[in-house]
Design a protein around this ligand. Structure first.
Ligand code: SF4
Length: 241
């Protein structure tokens, strides 16, 4: 088994919100975005005193200890694809392990990875969940500090290979939730795949830095209204939380 090391910000042994079923979740340290709405800003720097280096066998042993109760493993972040070699070797080790091969292997990503990275991951990856912070390139840069061209290509590329689990839209009242933005986003997603799964997530201030806390939290009524607007624009696979 590969002894590649990954820098791990945290591990959750059981999660019901990071993909389907009950999942072991690994949060990798380091992110190329700097989102104002980030709920885990301590995972953004490439290094952190709280983060720990772990080898693939060490992490696989942790998964094995809870495997009977798991549906799968999700690698999140930070940005999981920044440590793509570790991610590939970890998933390959799970896939090759007789006891662990039944666990589904998911990535939760901001999508800012080139095609070459996805192509090394596709053979060992079951599905990816991709955040689309904004379809408009300028708004995307204002929200994340980075352009969205890789993100849009990632969504198309993963969908074309049957590896896209869902696209996640974090909607912030007064920032990226107007009808025109939602309708344009729905049209773009429909063009990728008319039945694409879309999770609508209302902004919450928990864990967010001061610059993002100036924005109001989304109400349940707003989230329901956004889901209705996206559905009216032709998306059929909407889930709203
Ligand atoms: S992509 Fe995710 S982890 Fe990275 S800064 Fe944005 S919200 Fe935080």
């Amino acid at each position: 088994m590969s002894a590649t090391r990954g820098l791990i910000a945290d591990v959750i042994r059981f999660s019901a919100v990071d993909g389907p079923g009950n999942r072991f979740v690994v949060f990798l340290q380091g992110c190329d975005f700097n989102c104002l709405a980030c709920h885990n800003p301590h995972t953004i720097p490439a290094g952190s005193r709280a983060a720990r280096w772990r080898t693939v066998p060490e992490l696989v042993a942790q998964v094995r200890a809870t495997a009977p109760f798991l549906s799968g493993v999700t690698v999140s972040g930070g940005e999981a694809t920044r440590q793509s070699e570790f991610l590939r070797d970890f998933f390959a080790a799970l896939h090759e392990n007789e006891q662990l091969a039944r666990l589904t292997r998911y990535v939760d990503s901001n999508g800012d990875a080139p095609r070459s990275v996805w192509d090394t991951l596709l053979p060992v990856l079951d599905k990816a969940m991709i955040d689309l912070k904004a379809l408009d390139p300028d708004l995307h840069i204002r929200l994340t500090g980075r352009p969205n061209d890789h993100v849009l290509h990632s969504i198309r590329h993963l969908a074309a290979h049957g590896k896209l689990h869902e696209v996640r839209l974090l909607l912030i009242p007064g920032v990226n939730d107007d009808d025109r933005t939602l309708t344009a986003t729905a049209a773009w997603l429909r063009d990728v795949d008319a039945g694409i799964r879309v999770k609508v997530i209302g902004f919450r201030q928990h864990g967010v830095r001061a610059a993002g806390r100036r924005w109001p939290e989304a109400t349940p009524e707003q989230v329901a209204g956004w889901a209705d607007t996206l559905s009216a624009a032709g998306l059929t696979g909407i889930d709203a939380i």
